[in-house]
Design a binder for this molecule. Sequence first.
Ligand code: HBZ
Length: 824
Amino acid sequence: MAPKKNDKASIKKDIVQHSVETLCRNPYNLDKLAVYQATAYSVRDRLLEDWNMTQEAIHKENPKRCYYLSMEFLIGRALDNALHCLEVKDVYKESVKDLGFNLEDLLQQERDAALGNGGLGRLAACYMDAAATLDYPTWGYGLRYQYGIFKQLINSDGYQIEMPDYWLDSNGNPWEFPRNDVRYEVQFYGYVATKVNEKGESRMSWEGGDRVQAMAYDVPIPGFDTKGCGNIRLWASKSLKTFDFASFNDGDYDRSVADQKNAENLTSVLYPNDNHLVGKELRLKQEYFFVSASLQDIIHRFKRSNCAWKDFPDKVAVQLNDTHPTLAIPELQRILVDIEGLDWDAAWDIVTRVFAFTNHTVLPEALECWSVPMMEHILPRHMQIVYDINLFFLQKVEKMNSDRGLLNRVSIIEESNPQQVRMAYLAVVGSHTVNGVAALHSDLVKTELFKDFVSYYGPEKFINITNGITPRRWLYQANPDLRDLITETLGGNHWVTHLDDLKGLTKYADDADFQAKWMNIKLKNKVRLASWIKANLDITVDPRSLFDIQVKRIHEYKRQFMNILGVIYRYKNLQLLSAEERKDVTPRVVIFGGKSAPGYYVAKMVIKLINTVAQVVNNDDSIDGLLKVVYIPDYNVSLAEIIVPASDISQHISTAGTEAAGTSNMKFVLNGGLILGTVDGANIEIRDEIGEENIFMFGTLADKVADIRHQQKYHGVEIDPNLQVVLQSIQSGEFGGPETASVFGPLINTLTYGGDYYLISADFEKYLDAQDKVDETYKDTAAWAKKSILCTAGMGFFSSDRATREYADKIWNIKPVNIKEAAV
Ligand code: HBZ
């Protein structure tokens, strides 16, 4: 086939052709949605050329490949990203204009691919972007949920309401290639029998049970400034039995399709819990379905290369994105021993040279554990294998140190009732390398979470790779004016793939002209967000105010509660000021966004409190518009692309030691937003890179948190006096009246009787002081502009290109593929 041409006439022809032939539409009667889709299909055709060339090049070279196993990929929209990567955005703009449409309007028609909860899923998407850009032979594997993360509505009482996200609606998804020919069977339940194989050896065999089919859908991931195009292979569950004719003939129509429905339910919905385990049978089945299909596919590809099993670790690296895919460890051991006939030790040697594990949390409530009876029921052979892995591991530990306490502590099986499989321990034992996602976090992983494993394995197995974000989506695409200014200033767009180049902006930090341009762009981005807020929420905000933003999942440890308590404090102070005093006040717009897990009561009450406070503050004319509070519903990747470039300050205020890294902190700073943050996660490394004078940091240090908790537990919580005033104002019904006040009782109790586990009271004074500093600094526009420029200039380290290279060099041992050369 002749390659697609990128001139206007060819593009228009392709769009019209897709309207007629793919969408079956009359070309003289097209709406925005249809044109978006036809445009998307035409771009997809162009991507496909690169995709084929890349896969061909990898196939020919047959290098070691890496597979990134993640239950979540929070990709967002694809069209704008693809247009940028293919460098065809301008010509497409012209082409659709000729057809009577505005490209920016068309881009809005696309639904987000929201197959993730938050940071973990978005990180996976940023790494796929980087791997494609750097030409690494890396594929992502995931699940094709029919329902992504729920849509969040805020009702008129200020509560979160969840609605299903049926993103694969009747319009179809132009960004996937269904692979009808790539299907595998996945088994559940059944029993274990002993069988004699061809060599006369006796082997365990998993028999009986149910089977469902996994079918592949490929999602192309364009690289930037390369012909390379990556891939995420997503699995959808299908029934093996399409139709039960016997039931149909008996008139039992429901039953005749029941199997099909049950099988398809498996990948129907993404679990909406982040950093909290759910322990549901369906989730365990999703996890196994995912790893079984992915490993079958990986092994199928490996076998085509005619290598021996002992070479498997030289051809395949598998990264486990958190513990969710950890069943891949016993599954590969099962395949090697039961099916391929390797002996246990040879198989285990292969397994432990293939897998590596990324930990994303130290929060105890987030660590995955599966009940042994449930696992025995669903995966009987895997349960035996896990027991054996544990036995052999504990025998080795015992040889070194026979301390019973130690053996109990490191056992993969927790001796509770019922017993539990500790998935993080299984992941550690079955992997050659374990990494945390920021320096402090990786330290806590070594000194707290897995400290007994460190003393057994030695420290080398545990490394840090600080998270990174893709500058393509998070600056180049989301902030076009800043992109153009940077490109013009640095003399080209080399920085987009070499983010360290941003250092070159440092010399303009004091330049008044440059500062003016810089701050003008910020203002323009704030105007864009203000218009969105007006159009969608009917709240008027002044873009000249300081925009103070906290957008992320709602969680107690992230302390949105502290933020809104601080807002109440600010509001009450404003009420006390004279007209003269108010002249000196920095006007603020405090913006929140984020979803709560549907069953997380306290988080939902925080949302309710924010909205209740917003109602009162935004309608109080007596404060002269000096404070506005906005809750942006349904925070997602596409909204982040509008919100992130518009911040003056963003808040990353987790209790020290709780936020593994954070990645939105990086996005804000990359766009010249300053941070108000705690000494936690990647905030620390951001400070080190941009300079401590360019970040507002406060709060208890991680190594002091345990002491304070201990104090509070035995002596009660001493509520900060300012906080006391704030709590009283809530309790007195100042926000929403006396009835609403009682609704907030349980929330307030988390501080008082609940022991204030997240140290809101202990940190409150320091938080308010830091906020005062923010207000003061903002008054000096030149000083602020300088900080803002230095923020962006210092962010080179946080590119996902750097992070992905570190994974490739330190863990996967893979090299980029020469796509152009290999393809000729
Ligand atoms: O992973 C986040 C961390 O909280 C954040 O600090 C870090 O920057 C980011 C990337 O490393 N963790 C999550 O987002 N976790 C989840 O979304 C999650 C989802 C399902 C689960 C557990 C956690 O079962």
